[in-house]
Design a protein around this ligand. Sequence first.
Ligand SMILES: Cc1cc2nc3c(=O)[nH]c(=O)nc-3n(C[C@H](O)[C@H](O)[C@H](O)COP(=O)(O)OP(=O)(O)OC[C@H]3O[C@@H](n4cnc5c(N)ncnc54)[C@H](O)[C@@H]3O)c2cc1C
Length: 446
Amino acid sequence: MIIQDWWYTTLLAQQYPVAPPLMSDIKADVLIVGGGMAGVSAAASFIGSSLKVVILERNIIGGSSTGRSAGFLTPDSELELSQLIRRFGMDGAREIWEVPCRGIDLIRQRAADYSIDCDLIRQDSMFLGIGASGAEDVTDEFNTRAMLGFQSTHYEASQIEQVFGGEGYSGAVRYAETYGINALQFVQGMKRALIEAGIEIHESTEVHRIEGHVAFTHAGSVTADQIIVASDKTTKAVSPYADEVFHAQTFLSISEPLSDQEIRQLFPSGDHLQCWDSTLVYTYFRLTGDNRLLLGGGSAWTTFLPEYYDRATIINRVIRDFKKRFPFLSGVSFIQFWPGLIDSTRDLLPVVVRDSDAPYRHYVMGCVGLPWASFSGDFVGRAIQGKNEPDEARYYEYFTDRRPFFLPTWTERVAGKPIVFALNNSWAKYRQVDKDRLVKPRPNEF
Ligand SMILES: Cc1cc2nc3c(=O)[nH]c(=O)nc-3n(C[C@H](O)[C@H](O)[C@H](O)COP(=O)(O)OP(=O)(O)OC[C@H]3O[C@@H](n4cnc5c(N)ncnc54)[C@H](O)[C@@H]3O)c2cc1C
């Protein structure tokens, strides 16, 4: 097994336009820093406007988290529905759940509008319980969904084999309207659509600092009326909110294509599901359109490491444990693996901020999940154009950096980011109760 991101391998079969580095000083109406799902989604909201929009991306479009992701398009992220209800109550949970749902709709709509070939496939989600507590988690998720009027199917341990060939699961809940996607192909396809729509993109162009209306790169600069920062692993020279964001590490691997018989054993009913289990550092898997098994997972000790851990040790263990549950797949080889650092905030919801001191600067940071990034980028792009509905201002209230957190950012200087984020993340998932939209806006903020 070699270390190589499978999604990059799939790019070899396609031709996308080149977006050369920025080599001069230019002006724009809107500058977007970072061309992941959030930045691309923000840019797409300007298609058809007369504004001059520029994207600066330090890698290729989608070259960080977006292009490393497993491509599960589901509203479930690190926060389950039941956890959102505990934090925000029924109405709040419903409003927040709408964010990833709208994010998924946007991705699907744009893939259709711009005919993007990105392996977008309908795959029901299957949340699998492990052990007695896992069975409780699954039942809890099923009941919570029912309470909010969301359709899903509950499987007792003995019923799982109807749809799924794994051994030793204690229950499952399944629901529809979720998809698998090759997110790198999606944003690269969007790159083509954006360029055709007149949006200027510069890849291999890192923004070193932003001062006032100007973003500086090694060989040029962009002076813009409005600036959207949608970058990851950010420094304070680019975003004053850099302390709000850290990351969690996970690993992915891809197999050679499964045989028809292996697929029938894996999904006996013929429905290909995207699955994850109930353990804290969970294992997740789905089939790609060409029937490869995409398998991911991690370990407690690598989750909050500051840097990439690029050895195969962890993913080899994930593969070994997976094969114990699926003995009929013991002969399948995994050919590539890659690590990924998922940016997140302390409470696992994004930070979406308009700087009240410099209201021409907008920040989208710490989106845990492609759908969240898709919605948040579009939301900020529409806000700049005055296209948001008045009641959407609530999302600024939910996602302000001034919302209450368990441990404040200054504790990072004492205890270090990994510890502060580990504690805050656990608190947000298992204990936190938020007063519904407590934070009121400052002038110019929303
Ligand atoms: C291994 C892995 C698996 C995942 N699996 C899933 C999944 O199955 N489903 C799901 O929904 N989510 C998944 N995620 C999470 C998902 O990928 C992210 O939540 C999402 O891609 C965030 O999008 P973004 O645009 O906010 O960030 P990014 O995609 O990280 O985009 C930020 C961009 O900014 C650029 N940038 C940073 N600094 C600068 C600078 N100074 N100048 C210019 N450009 C800069 C970066 O190069 C990058 O392209 C996964 C993530 C990883 C790592």
